[in-house]
Design a protein around this ligand. Structure first.
Ligand SMILES: Cc1cc2nc3c(=O)[nH]c(=O)nc-3n(C[C@H](O)[C@H](O)[C@H](O)COP(=O)(O)O)c2cc1C
Length: 186
C-alpha cells in the first residue's frame, strides 16, 4: 500500500484537503429585502440538518437571523464566475439578483427565494441558534427540496482557498459491494 513522506503544513491551510461539499449560494429575505451569499463552510448533520458558518460581517447573516430562514441553492460549474462575484460583493450595497441576472422564484415553505439558475434548491429553517454567538455556527433543517432530474451527475465546484476550485469529477459505484446493506439505506 502506498505510504507518504510528509512535511509540516500550515494549519491555516488544511482547508485545502478538508473543504466540504459543493459551493452553495445561500439566498435569504427579510421585510422586502432579498440577498445571496456564496458559502463553502457547510456540512450535513445526519439526513436533513445542515450546519454552516456565517461570518458576522455578512449582510446575509442579519437577514437569516431575523427571518430564521434561507435557501441553499447548488450551482453547476457554468455559474462559477457569478458565484465568485456574489461572494465578493455585499447585499448591503446592491441587489445581487438584479446585478448578476439571477431569477428569484417563490419557495413553498419559506420566505427566502429559490434561485432558478441552480439545479437544486433546499428550503431551510433555522432550528438551533445556540452556537451562533460563540462559533457563528447556524443549524438548519431542510424542510423542502427541489432538484432537477437532469443532469444526473451535475458538475459542482468545491473551494480549496486561495482562489482555487476543484470541479467534481468521475462518479463511480466501484466500492458499493464493500458496504453493509444497512449502510446503504437512507
Ligand atoms: C468561494 C467562497 C466561499 C465562501 N464561503 C463562505 C462561508 O462559508 N461563510 C461565510 O460566512 N462567508 C463565505 N464567503 C464570503 C461571503 O460569500 C461574502 O462575505 C459575501 O460577500 C457575503 O455577502 P453579503 O454581505 O451580501 O451577505 C465565501 C466567499 C467565497 C468567494
Amino acid at each position: 500500500m502506498k505510504t507518504y513522506k510528509k512535511k509540516n503544513f500550515p494549519v491555516t491551510k488544511i482547508r485545502r484537503f478538508l473543504e466540504p461539499g459543493p459551493i452553495v449560494l445561500v439566498s435569504s429575505a427579510h421585510k422586502g429585502e432579498r440577498n445571496i451569499m456564496t458559502m463553502g463552510w457547510h456540512m450535513m448533520m445526519e439526513y436533513s440538518l445542515i450546519g454552516c458558518y456565517i461570518w458576522t460581517r455578512d449582510h446575509s447573516r442579519t437577514l437569516i437571523e431575523k427571518s430564521g430562514e434561507c435557501v441553499f441553492n447548488i450551482p453547476e460549474v457554468a455559474l462559477a464566475p457569478t458565484v465568485v462575484k456574489i461572494g465578493n460583493s455585499t447585499g448591503a450595497e446592491i441587489d445581487k439578483f438584479a446585478t448578476y441576472g439571477l431569477t428569484a422564484e417563490d419557495a413553498d415553505e419559506v420566505g427566502a427565494p429559490l434561485i432558478r439558475e441552480c439545479f437544486a434548491n433546499f428550503e431551510c429553517r433555522l432550528v438551533d441558534r445556540s452556537l451562533i454567538k460563540k462559533y457563528s455556527l447556524f443549524v438548519f433543517e431542510v424542510v423542502k427540496a427541489h432538484v432537477a432530474p437532469s443532469p444526473k451527475f451535475p458538475k459542482t465546484i468545491h473551494y480549496r482557498g486561495d482562489g482555487r476550485f476543484m470541479i467534481s469529477g468521475e462518479e463511480t459505484a466501484r466500492w458499493r459491494r464493500l458496504f453493509k446493506p444497512e449502510m446503504l439505506e437512507g
